[in-house]
Design a binder for this molecule. Structure first.
Ligand SMILES: CC(C)[C@H](C(=O)O)[C@@H](O)C(=O)O
Ligand code: SF4
Length: 450
């Protein structure tokens, strides 16, 4: 029996090609200020047009300055790219959620949140974390600029078909353990190449219980597991989440939408090429200590000893046998397409309410979208955070990658709710520890990993 992935795939095949490649129809294209600007350049150079402009939505996220009071003009990258990005959107008639407008935000947050990403869709974006959209039961493809260009010009893309893998999550979560801990744990157990060549589907009671926000975190870090696709079959939680969204089906289409979701969902008869089971009840809070997401341990564990880790010890300024708890930190970054969603910011606010960020710590919370920001402000979350001493930022990628020019200084340590910790990711010499929003909040309060 087919899986969710196979079903969506089959529905989109225009033509089977050689060597496992397929020409696929693409339903939705998202553009951000980096991939979008460069793909507009390709359209210009090759004098092509966008075939289906109604299928394309764009928003700036990567280059925006983090602080609300900062102006675009103050940031060199934004100042250079944003006008080109806007010009391209206008020239090709593409809908733009511009700075501070409703629906602006990190592409992978605004897709599901606006209902522009829907179950059964093939979604393309020039960004590796497009797998996030799989959380609502879509095939999210993270591709390069030239593929975005192809998709824009033809609404099709040549893609190699991956194998399918089921990751079953069973059991009950421990207190303060979140989706971020679960996916970091999985990566630390099986390694960063485990998913190569596979489309992963997360199933099981522990996934069914997850909110869509949590499923987004799982699927988001699936690329860190080596798999290009991470998915969860659409269920009641997905349907309930999506039906209130602006672009989701309305009126007489709701019934059709619901039966379509049921039709494509995987079930117990679906056959996967590979299957693996994890018991989430054994997972404690996780934190990365090294220079890839697989170099992650439980919060109470000690840094493992192995000669292959020499470079990681050196870069991170840690030693084998040392407990990760207690490591002093100077920065905390809470946000990104992994964890910049409302439920997480609320969790952070609940944790820090009435307390203060430790002296000497710069702690930044950046909501993933304008919607998240507005809701958080309405709910009093932003107030609690700023009173505790956090900086409340402007929706965007911010310190996750520093493509706005902002970085963690050389040699400084940052607990970050993002998805990548390779050498230099948050700045030259910056030491990144990946963790959940709760663990990041603890670090901000204590000034050390706690
Ligand atoms: C800039 C962009 C192309 C890149 C990606 O593809 O992932 C970025 O979002 C990242 O997280 O490193
Ligand atoms: S938040 Fe980070 S991981 Fe996500 S798209 Fe932006 S830069 Fe990439």
């Amino acid at each position: 029996m087919n899986t969710l992935f196979d079903r969506i795939w089959d529905m989109h095949v225009v033509e089977k090609m050689e060597e496992g490649q397929y020409l696929l129809a693409i339903d939705r294209i998202f553009l951000h200020d980096l991939c979008g600007t460069f793909s507009f350049q390709m359209l210009d150079d090759k004098e092509k047009n966008v075939l289906r402009r109604g299928a394309v939505y764009s928003t700036p996220d990567h280059t925006l300055p983090s602080r609300k009071e900062s102006k675009i003009e103050d940031c060199e990258i934004s100042r250079t790219l944003l006008p080109k990005f806007r010009k391209g959107c206008k020239k090709y008639g593409i809908h733009l959620f511009d700075l501070d407008e409703k629906n602006q935000g990190i592409v992978h947050i605004i897709g599901p949140e606006s209902g522009l990403s829907l179950p059964g869709m093939t979604i393309v974006c020039g960004d590796s974390h497009t797998c996030t959209h799989g959380a609502i039961g879509a095939i999210g493809m993270g591709v390069g600029t030239s593929e975005v260009y192809h998709a824009l010009a033809t609404s099709c893309l040549i893609v190699k078909k991956p194998k399918t893998m089921k990751i079953e999550l069973k059991g009950k979560y421990r207190k303060n353990v979140s989706a971020m801990d679960v996916i970091l744990y999985i990566i630390s157990q099986v390694g960063i190449d485990f998913g190569c060549g596979y489309a992963v589907e997360y199933m099981g009671e522990a996934v069914t219980k997850m909110s869509v926000d949590e499923r987004c975190t799982l699927c988001n870090l699936t690329i860190e597991l080596g798999a290009e696709y991470g998915m969860v079959s659409p269920d009641e939680t997905t349907i309930e989440y999506l039906l209130s969204k602006e672009y989701a089906p309305k009126g007489e289409n709701v019934e059709k939408f619901v039966s379509y979701c049921n039709e494509i969902a995987s079930d117990e008869n679906s056959i996967f090429d590979k299957e693996i089971v994890f018991d989430v009840s054994v997972i404690e809070r996780q934190i990365s200590w090294g220079i890839n997401p697989g170099q992650t341990i439980g919060i109470d564990a000690i840094i493992p000893a192995h000669e292959q880790f020499t470079k990681a010890y050196e870069y991170m300024g840690v030693e084998p046998g040392q407990p990760v708890k207690g490591l002093p930190i100077e920065y905390v970054f809470i946000g990104s397409c992994s964890n910049g969603r409302l439920a997480y910011l609320k969790e952070v606010a609940d944790t820090v309410k009435g307390r203060k960020v430790a002296e000497g710590v710069t702690a930044l919370v950046v909501p993933g979208s304008v919607k998240v920001m507005e809701e958080a402000e309405k709910m009093g979350i932003a107030k609690i955070l700023t009173e505790a001493g956090f900086i409340w930022g402007r929706p965007g990628c911010s310190l996750c990658v520093g493509s706005n020019g902002e970085v963690i200084p050389n040699g400084k340590r940052c607990v970050s709710t993002t998805n990548r910790n390779f050498i230099g990711r948050q700045g030259r010499g910056a030491r990144t520890h990946l963790a959940s929003p709760y663990t990041a909040a603890q670090a901000a309060l204590y000034g050390k990993i706690m």
